[in-house]
Design a protein around this ligand. Structure first.
Ligand code: EPZ
Length: 418
């Protein structure tokens, strides 16, 4: 398996283009199942999860291919309603196939997604919502078999938690349902708005995306679309933090600053200098940063997907800080690996207590999940000596050409065939 080798200590400087959002592209790709027409999706990042989804769509019967950063889906013939374990186990977002196939075929059999290193990540909110829309659900031999013989009907659905995936799944199911669906306590992430924009382009009748209550009037048929995916706010945040950790100066282009407000506010509070224009952010810090606590929240709060990267930053800031994770129950897998690099961290329940250290020292470390891997890369960029990062296939799921982007900013970073 490939590894990343970093010799730390180089200041990052220069400009990089932020890629399209993985977490926006994925539900939009599944939305193509809602129409037999051609679809074109631009600014799609070249990532393992995108390839998995394209393989998935082709398996289901939607002829899909990717050329550079554009995905083209052609007219589909008969759709298959079974999503097998060997596809679903690779990517939890595969559960997003449920909404479109229930909407189109009135049935779907999806393998249970299985566990994940950052938490159990159940899908009870998704399934309860489908039941409210008239679906029957049976768990059998590791599969979730969902049927809606008379098609889905609109319903008032209140989420116990503002789940991103469940909001997306119910949006994908309700656009072709009979009658009106209201999602109460919907997720408000930018990726939800991007998906809603696509569905509206397809002819769906949606109002309230980005707020707590989303209303959908079901329609009979949806048409193809052309869409450019929004910038990846989590990738952008990762590079902003890298710039500060290495005491460099980096400009990000093709970024959407308003999607990064919670992170930018905390970075400014810590002492970062930021110049923000319509779609660029220039970041550096002349002075030592201050230790600042964060608590992850649903959007527009501080994103859980930037928690690990923030922890890496605070490891090298003089003073004490606390990171609290409220969204996932086990998202501190990066702590023990950061400790191997010399970080002074202590886990207490949902909080990690950080004591900044003068210096980190390079060592072999292992990636457990996508964003934990990002935190290890950031720490490696600053650690004295050599850091060898294994299991980087996790990184390939969510960061487009990560080592090339960092190399272009001056990092001493190489991918070696493992
Ligand atoms: C999406 O995951 C993102 N993935 C995650 O990004 C992100 O961390 C998460 O939203 C929160 O922002 C994609 O968009 C592909 P949730 P999702 O449903 O939809 C619990 C990354 O690094 N929950 O909002 O799975 C769940 O266990 C990935 O890019 C239930 O209990 O997130 C978790 O604790 C990691 N029952 C919390 O809600 C359910 O039915 C948040 O989950 C659904 C969720």
């Amino acid at each position: 398996m490939d590894k990343i080798i970093i010799h730390g200590g180089k200041k990052l400087s220069g400009t990089i283009k932020v890629s399209g959002s993985k977490n926006s592209a994925l539900p939009i790709l599944f939305a193509t199942l809602l129409t037999d027409d051609n679809c074109e999706i631009q600014n799609v990042p070249v990532l393992a999860d995108i390839k998995t989804t394209i393989d998935f769509l082709n398996f289901i019967g939607k002829k899909t291919e990717m050329k550079k950063n554009t995905v083209v889906c052609e007219k589909s013939d008969k759709l298959n309603h079974i999503a097998p374990y060997d596809l679903v186990r690779k990517m939890r977002a595969s559960v997003l196939v449920m909404g479109p196939l229930l909407a189109r075929l009135g049935k779907v059999n999806v393998s249970l997604p299985g566990g994940c290193s950052i938490g159990a990540r159940p899908i009870d909110i998704h399934l309860d919502a489908f039941k409210k829309m008239g679906a029957n659900i049976e768990l059998k031999a590791g599969y979730i078999n969902i049927t809606a013989e008379n098609g889905l009907k609109g319903a008032d659905i209140e989420f116990r938690f503002a789940s991103v995936g469940a909001t997306e799944n119910i949006l994908l199911a309700s656009v072709l349902a009979r009658g009106t669906t209201r999602i109460i306590n919907a997720a408000k992430e930018p990726e939800i708005c991007d998906l809603a924009d696509v569905l509206i382009k397809m002819g769906a009748k949606i109002s309230g995306a980005g707020t707590k209550i989303i209303t959908v009037e079901g329609v009979k048929k949806l048409k193809g679309f052309k869409h450019k995916v929004i910038a990846d706010r989590i990738e952008a945040a990762t590079y902003m933090i890298a710039a500060l950790m290495t005491k460099g100066e980096v400009t990000l282009t093709d970024v959407c600053p308003e999607h990064l407000k919670a992170v930018a506010d905390k970075l400014i509070e810590a002492g970062a200098d930021m110049k923000i224009s319509e779609n660029t952010i220039k970041i550096k810090s002349e002075k030592d940063l201050k230790p600042i606590n964060i608590r992850t929240e649903i959007y527009p709060g501080f994103p859980t997907d930037v928690q690990a990267q923030w922890m890496a930053l605070m490891c090298l800031v003089k003073g004490n800080s606390i990171v609290e994770e409220t969204v996932f129950e086990n998202r501190f897998m990066h702590v023990c690996e950061l400790q191997r690099l010399g970080a002074n961290l202590k886990i207490e329940g949902r909080q990690v207590y950080i004591q900044g250290v003068e210096e980190l020292s390079g060592a072999p470390v292992m990636v457990s999940d996508l964003r934990a891997g990002a935190a290890l890369v950031l720490a490696g960029l600053c650690a004295k000596g050599k850091t060898e990062i294994s299991r980087i296939y996790h990184l390939d799921r969510g960061y487009e050409t990560l080592e090339k982007k960092f190399e272009s900013l001056g990092a001493d970073i190489k991918r070696v065939e493992g």
